[in-house]
Design a protein around this ligand. Structure first.
Ligand SMILES: [Zn+2]
Length: 311
């Protein structure tokens, strides 16, 4: 794709209401003209308020350094994957540094997560499933057998283990969140599932408290995976995707970023039947509608780990 084609594509997703004609982010004026920088980078100048702005000004890709077509290529490569993308592989695909690829992909995850904001699933007569999966805090077993500790015991764990909890409507959408334990997620679950929903859960006692709010169907996995309509298979397929992303692509997920990976898996799971072209368009459109990154603004300058904010 040429630079001009990439510019046209980004203009259309950014200013979809005006079919790609620039709208001043400062005053909303529609009368902007092209005033490129000396290096050829696209820039607009508003006739009304004289403000200069770029295509990505005020969006998730604000202050972009790479050519626009690199962003489109990155989104396409990222969406082509089924479970996730290794940042080392992406940096090689695009000729970027590892860190640039890492930040870029986290911005795409942030774009995907805008769909999850405030999402409530289920409704009268609908069925939803909940489940939790533990991630991170891996403790490596010692070399010699006699030195190995029982890693199931709390005192021998790293304290970094976290629980991804998913609520997912059958034949519908999902929302993940991260907690210390399944039990800590109950209030959040109640806020994300609409009243009247039938909730499927496994036999773990941590879910018992939900019986007061929802009609519950419990499935004992020691006996069966599905029985009398009760199952958590939709939730399990979400975890199989996230688990394979962790093991197959990322190998290690740092706690601060776990929520973003969980949101990425949720987006991939919900949109798995969407065509690749539509996926790329959707992610690009979310990125252009989102504000500059909450996770990564100033990340380069401050040498701080980014903080994933809960949605
Ligand atoms: Zn203006």
């Amino acid at each position: 794709m040429s630079d001009a084609e990439a510019e046209a594509t980004f203009r259309k997703v950014r200013w979809s209401d005006t079919d790609g004609a620039p709208v001043c982010p400062k005053c909303g004026g529609l009368d902007a003209y092209e005033a490129r920088r000396p290096n050829g980078a696209l820039r607009f100048r508003c006739k009304a308020c004289k403000a200069d702005f770029s295509i990505t000004n005020g969006t998730l890709f604000a202050s972009h350094k790479l050519p626009l077509r690199a962003y489109l290529a990155a989104i396409a490569i990222f969406c082509n994957e089924v479970k996730g993308k290794s940042m080392l592989a992406l940096s090689r695909d695009l000729g970027l540094s590892y860190k640039a690829a890492f930040v870029l992909c986290h911005k795409m995850r942030e774009a995907m997560a805008t769909e999850l904001k405030g999402r409530r699933i289920g409704g009268e007569g609908e069925e939803a499933e909940i489940d939790g999966g533990y991630f991170g805090g891996y403790v490596k077993p010692a070399n010699f057998r006699e030195d190995r500790k029982d890693r199931r015991l709390w005192k021998n764990q790293s304290g970094k283990r976290e629980c991804v909890v998913i609520v997912r409507e059958r034949d519908g959408k999902s929302v993940p969140a991260v907690f210390r334990t399944e039990g800590a997620a109950l209030d959040w679950i109640k806020s994300r599932i609409k009243p009247g929903t039938i909730v499927n859960a496994d036999e773990a006692p941590s879910w018992n408290d939900l019986h007061s709010k929802f009609e519950m169907r419990r499935i004992n996995h020691e006996k069966a995976y599905s029985l009398d309509g009760a199952c958590t298979n939709w939730a399990e397929s979400y975890f199989s995707r996230l688990r394979r992303a962790e093991q197959g692509h990322h190998h290690h997920i740092a706690g601060a970023y776990l929520l973003r990976y969980a949101q990425e898996a949720s987006w991939r799971e919900d949109n798995r039947r969407m065509t690749n072209g539509d996926q790329v368009h959707t992610v690009a459109a979310h990125a252009m509608k989102a504000k500059p990154s909450v996770d990564f603004s100033g990340y380069w300058q401050r040498h701080l780990p980014a903080k994933s904010s809960a949605v």
